[in-house]
Design a protein around this ligand. Structure first.
Ligand code: FES
Ligand SMILES: [Fe+2]
Length: 420
């Protein structure tokens, strides 16, 4: 459990809040490349950490993100004309460029006011099908993180996202929580999901569901955390699933049954709304993206990346399917099962009354890790994991069986060497 003060501290992300200031020190996934492609020259609204922005592509093709409200009299720039060099507000014609300058101010006859005014803007970076932004002070932006999936060919990676109606922390906790898989997803994790995949490891599903009380071991790493969920495979062998937390946004979840590597991301839109990111990638194989989205239940999103199943319709839970054994949860799609549980914790979960047990160790450690980062920054210590030589590509998940007399750490290190 958390004290009321710590729960407030970790869940409030607006400008000026301690956690909000921490998150403004990290490059954030803000929108999908496809959003700017489909919009052509139209500005796209972007909300992040409780602030409103608009994104657009300038004449050079670079993604730009600037404050949503015109600095003159606060008209929303989503209505603006994209003139290539910047956005022209329709009301009086001011042009704001991608780096905070007022390029034109046609209603100022003296022509001097534009040099005295600047506009909110964010450095941007585009990689892995995602437009990233840095919401902190532009001159303090570290190099963008070299995540493993950003370096594979385009047809070997895919990214999508879903808008979730609750605070980001319960989504992140869900991503780090290995012990829910054998319960919540017991019915959805079918060995038949990817029957045609050449590297299918079908027995992993059975192992996952057969032992629902894994032993957890958690190690802090330079990039965040490594969580080993250890299960019995048989008399002589253990089954290890290594989930990694790439602080602060990402959980890399172990593959199974030939599913490509999967990274879940969680970025706060504001205190009670979250983008959950879905990123799949393979160093070797072309992905079947429609199938991956369908299995996750995110193939049929509403405009604005809303899910059809939501808290308003109790996630379309089908009690009949539960009664006749067709579905354990009555909720279609693995991602929708997660969303349902996270939204069912309320807009901001009350962590002062929860009752944690040893299988919640990863969640406890992640909260401690976040609190430490928040307090360090208040004392002038910058967050770790911000330099280019941090081995993000090694911060990846894995799952495999191994003889019980061996340590999972030795086997994991060997895997890293092979896959790096
Ligand atoms: S409100 Fe935008 S130019 Fe006046
Ligand atoms: Fe889940």
């Amino acid at each position: 459990m958390l004290s009321k003060e710590d729960n407030e501290l970790l869940t409030r992300v607006g400008a000026g809040t301690p956690t909000g200031e921490l998150y403004r020190r990290y490059w954030m996934p803000l929108l999908l490349t496809e959003e700017l492609t489909e919009a052509k020259d139209a500005p796209v609204p972007v909300r992040a950490l409780g602030e409103d922005f608009v994104a657009f592509r300038d004449a050079s093709g670079k993604a730009r993100i600037i404050g949503a409200k015109c600095p003159h009299r606060q008209v929303d720039l989503v209505y603006a004309r994209n003139e290539g060099c910047g956005l022209r507000c329709l009301y009086h014609g001011w042009v704001m460029d991608g780096e905070g300058r007022i390029a034109e101010m046609p209603n100022d006859p003296a022509g001097t006011a534009k040099d005295k005014i600047s506009h909110r803007w964010c450095p941007t970076h585009e990689a892995g099908g995602i437009v990233w932004g840095y919401l902190g002070s532009p001159d303090e932006a570290p190099p963008p993180p070299p995540m493993g999936w950003t370096t594979v060919p385009e047809n070997q990676r895919a990214a999508s996202k879903v808008r979730i109606n609750c605070n980001y922390l319960q989504c992140l906790e869900g991503g780090l929580d290995s012990s829910h898989a054998g319960s919540l997803h017991a019915g959805s994790l079918s060995k038949d999901l990817f029957p045609t995949h050449p590297r299918s490891k079908t027995d992993m599903f059975d192992l996952l569901v057969a032992d629902r009380a894994p032993t957890l071991e958690v190690e802090l790493t330079e990039t965040g955390m490594r969580i080993a969920a250890l299960r019995n495979a048989d008399e002589n062998n253990a089954y290890a699933r290594i989930t990694t937390w790439i602080a602060p946004w990402f959980a890399s979840v172990p593959e199974h049954a030939g599913v490509p590597r999967f990274v879940n991301g969680f970025t706060p839109i504001d205190d009670t709304t979250t983008w959950v990111w879905f990123i799949w990638y393979s160093p070797t194989d072309v992905l079947d993206v429609p199938l991956l989205k369908e299995v996750s239940g995110i193939h049929d999103l509403e405009r604005g990346y809303y899910t059809l199943a939501n808290v308003g319709n109790q996630h379309n839970q089908d009690r009949e399917a539960m009664r006749d054994g067709r579905s354990f949860t009555g909720i279609a799609g693995i991602s929708n099962e997660d969303t349902a549980m996270q939204e069912a914790q309320g807009p901001i979960a009350d962590r002062t009354v929860e009752r944690l047990i040893p299988s919640d160790l990863a969640i406890i450690r992640a909260r401690q890790g976040l609190l430490k980062r928040v307090r360090d920054l208040e004392n002038g210590i910058l967050p770790t994991g911000q330099s280019e030589d941090i081995p993000y590509r090694f911060a990846q998940s894995a799952s495999w069986t191994f003889p019980k007399e061996h340590s999972w750490q030795d086997a994991y290190t060997a895997l890293e060497g092979v896959e790096g």
